[in-house]
Design a protein. Structure first.
Length: 250
């Protein structure tokens, strides 16, 4: 891992102190990228997986605290079975090939979502990756698999309710609810990026992105280069985040 110096970060046109602590990305456009090139959708998904390496590496080198990637939603089961099978095979391949580098770069892998519903080979490789990196202290890499935000909120509410009952309380608190999210203990999301120009959130981290900045770059995910990522970070830093207040307390 090569952490960028302050000088390198300034050369990118960025301010280290103003970098987002938590970035969430909806990696959209693999299929359209492939169609544009008269390739199979599987080729598009493979190109999308290849793009992960650069984005994860740059996030780690910039010392971003958390990066959450929307890889497979609860709705993606509706896709053709051969496409789902391809996505599962790519998951196994990714975790198998990339785990050594992720581990050496001090990345901690967390899976958010009901990954237990996947077939045994997929579950096994996921669980090995999480176990191997659980003591790492660098980038929190949250990969959303079989994830839907409404399901996460309902799950967290039920867990918080059981906690409240066990403690003899009649209500749950925000802290109890948030403590049962998959992202518990991590910073709130500062920046959401959805590639391919689509302007939707698609049931992704609805609670955690309440005050996030939203960016919708036109590039399909496989074309979302390191420079495009840096450009998104520059746009983020150009915005005034007031959280409901007035700029400069005016």
């Amino acid at each position: 891992m090569a952490i960028y110096s302050d000088e390198e970060i300034r050369a990118f046109g960025l301010d280290r102190d103003a970098l987002p602590k938590h970035i969430a990305i909806i990696m959209d456009g693999n299929g359209r990228w492939a169609k544009k090139r008269r390739l199979s959708r599987s080729a598009g998904h493979r190109a999308g997986v290849d793009r992960l390496r650069g984005i994860i590496r740059m996030s780690s080198d910039l010392e971003i605290a958390s990066l959450t990637l929307y890889a497979f939603s609860t709705e993606n089961w509706k896709r053709p079975s051969d496409e789902v099978s391809t996505l599962m095979a790519l998951l196994i391949e990714y975790f198998t090939k990339e785990i050594d580098e992720l581990f050496s770069n001090n990345v901690r892998i967390r899976i958010i979502g009901a990954y237990q519903d996947f077939a045994s080979p997929v579950r096994s490789v996921i669980e090995r990756a999480m176990k191997r990196t659980e003591n790492n202290t660098g980038l929190n890499l949250n990969i959303a698999l079989n994830y839907g935000s409404r399901a996460e909120i309902l799950r967290a509410a039920n867990l918080a309710m059981r906690q409240a009952v066990a403690e003899g309380k009649s209500e749950i608190t925000a802290e109890m609810l948030e403590g049962n999210f998959y992202t518990a203990g991590q910073p709130e999301v500062d920046l959401v990026i959805r590639t391919s120009g689509e302007h939707r959130i698609s049931n992704f981290l609805l609670y955690q992105i309440s005050y996030a900045e939203l960016l919708f770059p036109e590039e399909f995910w496989p074309d979302f280069s390191d420079e495009a990522y840096l450009s998104a970070l520059r746009v983020y830093q150009s915005r005034s985040r007031r959280f409901g207040g007035l700029e400069g307390n005016a």
